[in-house]
Each structure stands twice: as C-alpha cells, then as structure tokens.
Design a protein around this ligand. Sequence first.
Ligand SMILES: *Cc1c(COP(=O)(O)O)cnc(C)c1O
Length: 420
Amino acid sequence: MHQPSIRDLASADPEIANLVESEARRQYEKIRLIASENYVSNAVLEASGTVLTNKYSEGYVGKRYYEGQQFIDPIETLAIERAKALFGVEHANVQPYSGSPANLAVYLAFLQPGDTVMGMALPMGGHLTHGWSVSATGKWFRSVKYGVRQDTGRVDLDEVRQVALAERPKVIFCGGTAIPRTIDYPAFAEIAAEVDAVLVADIAHIAGLIAGGAHPSPVGHAPVISTTTHKTLRGPRGAMLMSDAAHAAPLDKAVFPGLQGGPHNHTTAAIAVALREAATAEFSAYAHQIVANAAALATALADRGFDLVSGGTDNHLILVDLTSKGIGGKPAAQALDRAGIELNYNTVPYDTRKPFDPSGLRLGTAAVTTRGMGPEQMAQIAAWMDQAVKAAADGDEAVLAQIAGEVRDLTANYPMPGWV
Ligand SMILES: *Cc1c(COP(=O)(O)O)cnc(C)c1O
C-alpha cells in the first residue's frame, strides 16, 4: 500500500486513488533503471503533501508580495542555507519549478534574444534546453553545438574550444542527460574564460553524486550551476539555481518576476528535507554505491557482449548501443518493460537510426541503489537483460513473462520508501 496513506483520497476519488496505488505497486515490483528517476524518502513525500501547497508567497524571503509568511520564510531560508552548505556555493535560488524553467531563467539572466549560446547537441547527450532546435532555447537564441568523438564517445575539448573561439557564445552549458563520463569542469572553465562566456554547469543528473563526493564539483569553475532536485539528489520534482555572488542578482530577477509567479512552497519544504538527508554520511555512502553499482552493471553487460558508449561509465549512467544485438532500442526497451525492467530507449552518438526508433538504451542505478541493491544484483540484472533482449529478437513472450516473475521475487526483498 501507498505510504503515507491515501485513505481520504480513496473515499473522495477512488478512480485517482486506484491509479496511485497501482503506480506505487508498479514501482515496487519493477527494477527501475531510468537514469533520471529515484525513490524519495517518506519524509520527502510527507513534506510534498502538506498544507504548504495552500500558500502564495511571490517574491523572496523578507520581500514578499503577500502577507502571512511567518512560516514560509524560515522554510525557504532553511532550503537556501542547506543548499549553500551542501554544495559550498555563495548563492542559491530554490524556486524554479523544474529543470527546464531553471535553465530558461539562465537565458533570461544573461542573454538577449538572438544571442549565441553553446551546448552539447541533444543526440550527443545534451539536454533540450541547451539550445536544441525544437526548444524555445533553440528558437529564440542562436545556438551552436559540440558533441563527443566517434572513436572515444567522450567530449572533444579541442572541438569545444574551436567552436567557442569561432562562434563567441555568451553562455556555455556543460552537462547533459546521457553522459556516462566525468565532466571536466576546469577545462570548460578555461575555454569559457578565453571567450568571456558565462559557464553554466547543468548538474541535473549528477547533483547527488556531487553532493556525496562521488563526482567532482563544478564549484569554483562554473559561476552558475543549474540542477533538478529529483534525480540522483533524491528530492521532490523541482530545481535550484546556484551561483557565486556576482551572478546572484540577475538569476533571482530572472526566476521572479522574470519567469515565474509564486513558488511551490510544499516543494521548497521537500527540497529542504532532501538537502538535509543529502548532507549525511549515509547519503555519501549511497552516492558512492550508485557509482559502484553502475560500474558493476557496466562490466556485467560488457561481459555479455553489450557495446557501451565510451566503453563504460564513471557515474550513475550507462548508454548501450544495441546495433550488434540486431534489435532497435525501442522494441528492446518495450520488451524489457514487459520483463519487469524499466528503462528508456535513447539515441547513441552518431546514431544511424531515427530519434523515435534509435539504437540505444539508457540506464542508471540511482533508484535500485536506493532500494539497497548491490553489485550481485547488478550482475543478475545484466543476465536478465541479456535473456530479455534475445527473447525480444526471437519474439519469445514466455521468456519475458518468466523474467518478470523472477524480477518480482527479487524486488520483494528490497523495501521501497512510499510503500508498505
Ligand atoms: C532532467 C534535466 C533537465 C530538465 O529537468 P525537468 O525537470 O525535466 O524540466 C535539464 N537539464 C538536464 C541536464 C537534465 O538532465
């Protein structure tokens, strides 16, 4: 059953309550490998579901446009102070509704429409909001791209420098959504300094690893840091913008009143709770275990003949190129879902197939690590994936159903926050 209890919801709206219960069960019974997902703690769930959702508080602490902020102000202050202490930054804004609006605020703060922005191309592992053509950031700004080398699968910093020198971007984004390797912040900072660009480290995927000391920090290299709070950081859906003192005022103005109205105070409280959790020794151990699990899963997959982009992983994320397995990413992901293993199909760099039917799979270990799984379970997952991908290629549904049963037996041994 869902925890905290949804008893009142069940009597007021059984249709929605039943769907929530079904989703909770689905999360409990599956091996969840979507690299951007996690399980938040019961404390974070409770904070998200409070009466704080009733309150309007446009503005910032001490400078609100509505009365009655006696308890909201200290909540937002706690979230800000915890973010500053955890990441070691001079300034934090915890109001962005999510990662995409946070990045849009960066554009509003430092660019005029038509100005040049540089980011990693989406099919190479970047994010839509780093200037990709279908995003507002690619339509309203002039965007230039960098990628990874075809032979190494890694960012080519010579290319980054060349493009930057030729195109003179005002803002450079580093980071992305499908990057299995460590980001070299000092190298990006050097390039940004050469062209006088603002370097923005988008740490949405790896914020929890950075907080736990399992990935180098961009602090001291990138003056502006954008992050979601719900991926490896294991908080509620939300985002933060962090910066040095010099970049604080334009960022705050861009978030409010530039882009948003009232902050979501129930989310702010839940972010504060997640940041408190992330400052513990347990969380640091968790962050390191995520990376150890990803390494174990990558090794086990490679041993079974899966081609991994860049040959492996340094962080929580693995990108598999299925070309040699004779099946596309989409049918493989769908078959794996039927086998109880949830992940997403993804383009791989230099993909020869279409974005809606690409060659790759993206997977991450943040959620299974929260459940308490370790390297032994990673080897088992790789074995099931191998079996399921073969069964999918052969159209053998019975094998997929059998794996789904074995997966349910395994996950029953690992408690899930949000479920009793
Ligand atoms: C997830 C992500 C975002 C966007 O976050 P949303 O909350 O989905 O809007 C932005 N940048 C990167 C690198 C991400 O991984």
